[in-house]
Design a protein around this ligand. Structure first.
Ligand code: PLP
Length: 393
C-alpha cells in the first residue's frame, strides 16, 4: 500500500478495546495488575501508555523501522539518543545543524566526554577522512538548515557500516512522507514532531524510530531511565496531526516549488535555496533519495536592512522560529536559529544577515507570493482583516 493509505490504515488507528476511530486519551499514570504473575502490556505511564504506543507504532510503520518512541520534544529525543554514547566517544556531525543540537553537542555532551567533529557531510571523502579510532557514529540532517545542503544517505550509511559506526538521521524537514533514511541503511531516525508531523503549531513533541531490535531495546532502556516521554495529551494531538501529513505535504510542497521559482525572478532576491530548483547543487541527489523536495526554502535579500524590512512588512506568514505548520512561517536564521553561532562561521555556511527561511503552509500560494513580493519591493499590501496585525521587528 502507498504511504497515503498506510498513514490512515496501519493497524494502530482503531482502539483495540472499544473500536473507537480515534485512539482514546488513556490519561493514567499507572495500571492495575490483576494477575501478579502475568502482568499486562502496561504497568506504569513512564514505561508505556496505549495512546503513546499507538503513535509510536504508527511512526515505526511509516519510517519502516521495528520500533518507535515518542518524546517530550525533538530535543528530548536527540538528548536521549546521544546518551547511547559514552565518555571518549566521538561523533561526526553535519556542520549545518539545528541550533539546539549544536548547543547540546558543544556545551553539554563534552562535559560527559562525548565530542563532535563537525564536517561537511555532503562530501563523502571528507566524512571518511574524519573517521578516527574513537568515532562511534555519524549524525546528519538532510536537507540541512537553512541552505538545504543534501547528504548522500546511502553513501554515509555504507561508510558507517564499513567502519562499525551508527548512522543517525534527523528527518524533521522531509518526514517519512518524502524520505525514509532507514531504507538507505541508516540505523535510527529522529524527528522534531513539533514540525510537519504534528503540523498545526499546537504541540511540542519528538520521535525516534529504530531499524533493529537490539538498538530499540537500548533506546527503550534510556527513555524509561531518563523519563523523556511524550505526555498523553500531546501524543493524542501528534497522532491527530499526523493523519493529514500526506495531504499537507503535497499541497505545501507544490506551493513551495512555485514560490521558489517566482522568488528567483524578483531582482532584489539574490539567491533562492530550494532543492526542487534544478540549479541547486543537491537537486539530483535529493530527487534520487527522496520522494520530493519538501516545503522549506530560503532566500537571500542581500542585507540585514532588507531582512528587517521584509519581516516587518509581511502580512501572512508568522514571523517566528519553527516550521512545518499549516500556516507559513518566515524566520530570520541569523537572529533566530543561528544566533548563537559565531558570525564568521555562520557567514561561511551561507547564513548571511539577508537570508530568510520560509516554511510554506497551506495558504493560497498566489496570496503568499503577492504578500512576499509586496514586502520585498516596498509595496505594503494590507489585505482585508490584516490591518490590525502589529509589526514584529
Ligand atoms: C525544531 C527542530 C529540532 C528540535 O525539536 P523541538 O521539538 O523543538 O525540541 C531538531 N531538529 C530540527 C531539524 C528541528 O527543526
Amino acid at each position: 500500500m502507498k504511504f497515503a493509505t498506510r498513514l490512515l490504515h496501519n493497524g494502530n488507528e482503531i482502539d483495540p478495546e472499544t473500536g473507537a476511530a480515534s485512539i482514546p486519551l488513556y490519561q493514567t499514570s499507572t495500571f492495575h495488575q490483576s494477575d501478579l504473575d502475568h502482568p499486562g502490556s502496561y504497568d506504569y505511564g513512564r514505561s508505556g501508555n496505549p495512546t503513546r504506543h499507538a503513535l509510536e507504532q504508527t511512526l515505526a510503520e511509516l519510517e519502516g523501522g521495528c520500533r518507535g518512541f515518542a518524546f517530550a520534544s525533538g530535543m528530548a529525543a536527540i538528548s536521549t539518543v546521544l546518551l547511547l554514547f559514552s565518555e571518549g566517544d566521538r561523533l561526526i556531525v553535519s556542520e549545518d545543524l539545528y541550533g539546539g543540537t549544536y548547543r547540546l553537542l558543544t556545551k553539554v555532551l563534552p562535559r560527559l566526554g562525548i565530542r563532535a567533529d563537525f564536517v561537511d557531510t555532503t562530501d563523502l571523502d571528507r566524512v571518511e577522512a574524519s573517521i578516527g579510532p574513537d568515532t562511534r557514529g555519524i549524525y546528519i540532517e538532510t536537507p540541512s538548515n537553512p541552505t538545504l545542503k543534501v547528504t548522500d544517505l546511502r553513501g554515509v550509511s555504507r561508510l558507517a557500516k564499513d567502519h562499525g559506526l551508527l548512522t543517525l538521521v534527523d528527518n524533521t524537514f522531509l518526514t517519512p512522507c518524502l524520505q525514509r533514511p532507514l531504507e538507505w541503511g541508516a540505523d535510527l531516525v529522529i524527528h522534531s514532531a513539533t514540525k510537519f508531523i504534528s503540523g498545526h503549531s499546537d504541540v511540542v513533541s519528538g520521535a525516534v524510530v529504530v531499524r533493529e531490535k537490539e538498538l530499540a531495546e537500548e533506546i527503550a532502556f534510556l527513555q524509561n531511565t531518563l523519563g523523556s516521554i511524550l505526555g498523553v495529551q500531546d501524543s493524542w494531538l501528534t497522532l491527530r496531526g499526523l493523519k493529514t501529513l500526506n495531504a499537507r505535504m503535497a499541497a505545501a510542497e507544490a506551493a513551495a516549488d512555485r514560490i521558489a521559482r517566482e522568488l528567483g525572478r524578483i531582482p532584489e532576491v539574490r539567491q533562492v535555496y530550494y532543492t526542487g530548483l534544478e540549479d541547486h547543487p543537491g537537486h539530483r541527489l535529493q530527487a534520487a533519495q527522496a520522494d520530493g523536495h519538501g516545503a522549506v526554502l530560503s532566500f537571500d535579500l542581500g542585507s540585514e536592512e532588507m531582512s528587517r524590512k521584509v519581516l516587518s512588512r509581511v502580512q501572512l506568514p508568522l514571523v517566528a522560529v519553527s516550521l512545518g505548520a499549516v500556516e507559513s512561517i518566515l524566520s530570520w536564521p541569523a537572529r533566530m536559529s543561528h544566533a548563537a553561532m559565531p558570525r564568521e562561521e555562520r557567514l561561511n555556511r551561507g547564513v548571511t544577515d539577508g537570508l530568510l527561511r520560509l516554511s510554506v503552509g497551506l495558504e493560497d500560494p498566489g496570496d503568499l507570493l503577492e504578500d512576499l513580493e509586496g514586502a520585498i519591493r516596498g509595496r505594503r499590501i494590507v489585505s482585508a482583516g490584516m490591518e490590525g496585525r502589529a509589526s514584529v521587528l
